[in-house]
Design a protein around this ligand. Structure first.
Ligand SMILES: CC(C)(COP(=O)(O)OP(=O)(O)OC[C@H]1O[C@@H](n2cnc3c(N)ncnc32)[C@H](O)[C@@H]1OP(=O)(O)O)[C@@H](O)C(=O)NCCC(=O)NCCS
Length: 256
């Protein structure tokens, strides 16, 4: 037999499970799910403060109503009588750069701006201005900004405030805010930081690997997609024609 291939993610032997060097029993009940996920994906166990912020990000990414394309895809598959895992897969495949997977691109943009400020001494407004000028010439859209519904995304302030409380807010969050200010001023209407942009700024601050950033969003949003597909199976007729705009929320609202 030739040389064995190597893996450093986890080690399992009879009566023993080790995740990235930690006995599983030392993690259970002692770290949050998001800390364990960070450990599993990167090999580093983050601080409780980072875990708290990641928890907030992961909750913020869970669900955004019945109309996003990923939910319509999942509900459409559910309406055929397909099993729940088929709906989950369909929803997952519908998350990409315009819907839920703009985080990695936004992290690259923020990293570039912060590097220019740090290395070339360019003032932040000028670094942001020159990025936006290039974007305009390419007729591109800034990843992490703009929203179909919100002019001010309710998740963003809460997450950035928590980042401040956790002493994690830094240059990337500042850069995201300046981008929001200048894009909106240029458009003459709010083009707010969206959840992808918010997560991108936070992930840059905590050193989350950018290649895994969209995967984290997809993992979280899969929980909402699952809830929506399950409800479709419970409440709707098979093979209905789904109109993405013609629905009404009949669940509880806070304070009612
Ligand atoms: C999220 C998004 C798809 C919403 O799109 P939308 O509903 O068509 O947006 P609006 O109707 O408010 O605005 C459309 C116009 O605003 C401008 N605009 C919208 N988002 C912009 C952005 N991020 N950067 C620059 N200009 C933008 C464009 O001029 C666009 O005009 P166009 O269709 O001629 O290109 C869009 O803002 C976008 O592509 N954002 C970047 C990708 C992203 O962050 N995706 C993750 C979403 S959570």
């Amino acid at each position: 037999m030739g040389e064995k291939w190597k893996t450093g993610v986890s080690h399992v032997e009879p009566n023993r499970i080790v995740i990235r060097g930690h006995e599983i029993a030392d993690l259970l009940g002692k770290v949050s799910f998001s800390q364990a996920l960070f450990l599993l994906w990167t090999g580093k166990l983050p601080s409780q403060q980072v875990g708290r912020l990641m928890d907030a990000v992961m909750i913020g990414a869970m669900d955004h109503g019945a109309s996003p394309p990923s939910v319509i895809a999942a509900r459409t598959v559910a309406s055929t009588g397909a099993p729940l895992n088929a709906s989950m897969a369909a929803g997952l495949l519908a998350l990409d750069k315009f819907h839920g997977a703009a985080i990695e691109d936004c992290m690259r943009v923020l990293d570039g701006i912060v590097a220019e400020v740090r290395d070339a001494g360019t003032p932040l407004p000028a670094a942001v201005g020159s990025y936006l000028q290039g974007l305009k010439q390419r007729k591109g859209r800034a990843p992490g900004f703009g929203h179909r519904m919100h002019t001010k995304d309710p998740r963003v302030d809460a997450i950035f405030t928590l980042a401040g409380d956790c002493e994690i807010a830094g240059k990337h969050i500042e850069a995201a805010r300046e981008l929001e200010r200048q894009i909106s001023a240029g458009a003459g209407r709010p083009l707010p930081i969206n959840i992808d942009g918010c997560i991108a700024a936070v992930f840059c601050e905590i050193g989350f690997p950018l290649e895994l950033s969209n995967a984290l969003f997809r993992l979280c949003r899969l929980s909402g997609i699952t809830a929506q597909a399950h409800e479709e199976r419970l409440r709707q007729k098979p093979m209905r024609k789904i109109d993405a705009g013609a629905f009404e929320y009949d669940g509880p609202l806070p304070g009612k």
